[in-house]
Design a protein around this ligand. Structure first.
Ligand code: UD1
Ligand code: MG
Length: 449
């Protein structure tokens, strides 16, 4: 929002016991990214925007994830779990720095968008002291209800404290709020210990604002955007919504998805022009796919850069650190890891390429294995440009195959091969003329006896 500075506080303290997981709730993933990272990605950024994340006392991993996802985030610890208002005050030092707008969001609502954060700030500019994000819940059970009179928000009633009439209201608190920075600290500090659970509820800010003669507003959004995750079933539901969004965005950007509902994307997948993805492809985090590339059916790709006009699969597995050059081809049942394949490389069938650099135009035959691991360490294989590795070869790393060299099929290569040389490692071939006829004659005679 032009001209107004903002501080966003994301609350990520508290346990996710209903997830039945040893992982903190907000570190669970949707589309290859933590719930927390999704929220942080949507929070305002850039000049005049600052970000604070409140974490629990034993959750260094959550603090680390916050800083990984947004290097401009500062983290604060809420030592006791005394409610959402108490959690916001853990970031008191950040609030005291004095932004025009104070936004509060929860770390467990990964579907929230940047546009919604901006929409919520508008009523503040129009003079409200507080704006609350609301939604119409299909099943409002458990949510705080927004009590509205005329156009004014008068209170938020938590489900546990609501009367039967209030429970009939379907307009619910999404948990995202925007405070006018001038009065934010005063309002939040005035929230008393007024509820049944002995917690300080941020939702009570509405009544405090009203008692000060100030205004509170509601901005509505769709339920899908503000689904909070408390269970694995809700996590799966959020994943489904996110996948639909990502597929639609890819289609919109011109990616050909033949059976979109079968393709699994990551939030950070980047596509060039004229990319085609066939059915049943899984794309994990950190993948870029350049112009005119094709990912054939049943391929699995994670942390890989796929170059222009490259062809992957069907049934290929590209693991982290794979880079596929322009026009290169990776065929069926090929696995790559930490592998740089320069332009035009062909690895078409049944092969493992790990910790390897392959120069432009090299051809790797069916069943080639880079033996990169000795049980203790990983070692590197280098294959020069234009080399030809015959089928069923084992390249025992560390090893270097020279540019333009030939490796005879079935070789086990344990020493470096010079440029343009032939290396073949194989038992001598024995042929015995007429042997098969003699063998059959003997066997037929034995059978007749
Ligand atoms: C909260 C809202 C409710 C709203 C619902 C939307 C309050 C009091 N209630 O209820 O009106 O409809 O979200 O999903 O705000 N947290 C802390 N420290 C605490 C307590 C909570 O950091 O001491 C964090 C949690 O990690 C979570 C968020 O605040 O990210 C919300 O807490 P949660 O317990 O999930 O509140 P709800 O009961 O869902
Ligand atoms: Mg919740």
């Amino acid at each position: 929002m032009t001209g107004r500075t903002s501080l966003t506080i994301v609350l990520a303290a508290g346990e996710g016991t209903r997830m039945r997981s040893s992982l903190p709730k907000v570190l669970h993933q949707v589309a290859g990214q933590s719930l927390l990272a999704h929220v942080l990605a949507a929070a305002p950024r850039g000049a005049g925007a600052s970000l604070a994340v409140v974490v629990g006392p034993d959750h260094q991993a959550v603090a680390d994830e916050a800083v990984r996802a947004r290097s401009d985030a500062s983290t604060f610890i809420q030592r006791e779990r005394l409610g959402t208002a108490h959690a916001v005050l853990a970031a008191r030092d950040a609030i005291a720095a004095g932004a025009d707008d104070l936004l509060v969001a929860f770390g467990d609502t990964p579907l929230i968008s940047a546009a919604t954060f901006e929409r919520l700030r508008a009523p503040l500019q129009a003079g409200a002291a507080l704006a609350v994000l609301g939604f119409r819940a299909a099943d409002p059970t458990g949510y705080g209800r927004l009590l509205v009179e005329g156009h004014q928000l008068v209170a938020i009633r938590e489900h546990a404290d609501a009367t039967a009439a209030e429970r009939a209201i379907d307009l619910c608190n999404a948990g995202v709020m925007a405070f006018d920075g001038k009065t934010a600290l005063k309002v939040i500090e005035a929230i008393g210990k007024a509820n049944s659970k002995g917690e300080y509820y941020l939702t009570d800010a509405v009544e405090v604002v009203r008692s000060l003669g100030l205004k509170a507003a509601v901005i509505e959004t769709g339920e899908d955007e503000v689904r909070g995750i408390n269970t694995k079933a809700q996590l799966a539901q959020a994943e489904a919504i996110m996948q639909t969004r990502l597929r639609n965005a890819a289609l919109e950007a011109g990616v050909t998805l033949i059976a979109p509902e079968t393709v699994h994307l990551a939030a950070d997948t980047s596509f060039g022009q004229n990319v085609t993805i066939e059915p049943f492809v899984v794309i994990g985090p950190g993948v870029s796919i350049a112009d005119d590339a094709v990912i054939h059916a049943f391929s699995h790709v994670v942390q890989a850069a796929i170059g222009r006009n490259a062809s992957i699969g069907p049934y290929a597995r590209l693991r982290p650190g794979t880079s596929v050059g322009e026009g290169a081809r990776i065929g069926n049942f090929v696995e790559t890891k930490a592998a740089i394949l320069e332009a035009g490389v062909k690895v078409n069938h049944l092969t493992y390429i790990g910790d390897t650099h392959i120069g432009a135009g090299a051809n790797i035959g069916a069943g080639t294995i880079t033996c990169n691991y000795d049980g203790f360490n990983k070692h590197k294989t280098t294959i020069g440009a234009g080399a030809f590795v015959g089928s069923n070869s084992s390249l025992v790393a560390p090893v270097r195959i020279g540019a333009g060299a030939y490796i005879g099929s079935g070789s086990v290569i344990t020493r470096d091969v010079p440029d343009d040389a032939l290396a073949v490692e194989r038992s001598p071939l024995i042929t015995k003329d007429g042997w098969a006829n003699r063998f059959r004659d003997i066997k037929m005679r034995d059978k007749k006896k």
